[in-house]
Design a protein around this ligand. Structure first.
Ligand code: B1M
Length: 211
């Protein structure tokens, strides 16, 4: 692999946003393809951070600064990606369930999913079930990711599942759930398509569900 791509990966993992920007521009100037810079440089670095996060080798702050560095690199890369017609892997709508205002975990999940190459549409916090479905329809998403941090609000995830099942998107759009009180058993109980215990696993699961 070209040295500059290795450097992008390394500086992204250290969260050096400005260095990543400069290196992405350097890679473009060297004539490296936008897709290669994205996949081997930026997404490569985020993938390693995700694995380390799962193993508790790095924590939330490191993931946040790596994601910020990725965003900085993407700013430089986006026009070249558009010109090269490199499409995102798919669209994922994320949000925190109705009645719940917690968004730190949801944002982290969004960043990791973006880091896996998806376009993320953030529906926000305190999201009514029907709003998730509307957002998925409007953005042509293939996956909805719902976060809940309260035992009292996680029950609203079933409402999202029910509204999705009753909609024209049933069978086309999948539902992934997560958040501190959520479990695989709860996921099975409400018939959601998947549960992820952390942000890195959510990105891995999105790759499987949003095909
Ligand atoms: Co709240 N709060 N809070 N709170 N708060 C908790 C969740 C609580 C456990 C604290 C406690 O009592 N020990 C408790 C919930 C108890 C329960 O129901 N089991 C609680 C409570 C009770 C409340 C209020 C009701 C308090 C009150 O007003 N009496 C109130 C509710 C407001 C509301 O939502 N309607 C409330 C308010 C708040 C603040 C506004 C002050 C603030 C939120 C700020 C914000 O988010 N912008 C807050 C905070 C910060 C917390 C704690 C301290 C931290 C949560 C957090 O951000 N963790 C929390 C206690 C704790 O966890 N130690 C607590 C870090 C984050 C990275 O982790 O969100 O778990 P987490 O996300 C993880 C995974 O869960 C997973 O990936 C993430 C990263 O790996 N994940 C997903 C999350 N979403 C996912 C989605 C996926 C997949 C994975 O797929 C779609």
């Amino acid at each position: 692999m070209s040295t500059v791509l290795e450097q992008i990966k390394e500086q992204l993992m250290k969260g050096k946003a400005n260095d990543v920007k400069v290196l992405v521009q350097q890679a473009l100037d060297e004539g490296i393809g936008a897709g290669e810079i994205l996949n081997k440089g930026l997404l490569g670095g985020m993938g390693i951070i995700g694995e380390r996060f799962k193993k508790n080798e790095v924590y939330v702050p490191e993931v946040l600064i790596a994601a910020r560095a990725m965003k900085a690199g993407m700013e430089v890369l986006k026009p070249a990606l558009a010109a090269a017609k490199v499409e995102p892997r798919g669209v994922v709508v994320i949000g925190t369930v109705k009645g719940d205002l917690h968004d730190i975990g949801k944002n982290l999940v969004g960043m990791m999913i973006e880091g896996a190459g998806f376009k993320v549409v953030d529906a926000g916090i305190n999201v009514e079930p029907a709003k998730f479905i509307e957002a998925a329809r409007a953005s042509n998403a293939s996956l909805i990711g719902v976060s809940a941090l309260l035992t009292t609000t996680m029950t609203s995830m079933k409402e999202v599942m029910d509204v999705l099942k009753a909609s024209d998107l049933a069978g086309k759009v999948k539902l992934m759930i997560g958040g501190a009180p959520v479990t695989q058993a709860f996921c099975d109980e409400i018939g959601a398509d998947g549960y992820a215990p952390d942000a890195a696993s959510a990105a891995d699961l999105a790759k499987v569900l949003a095909r």
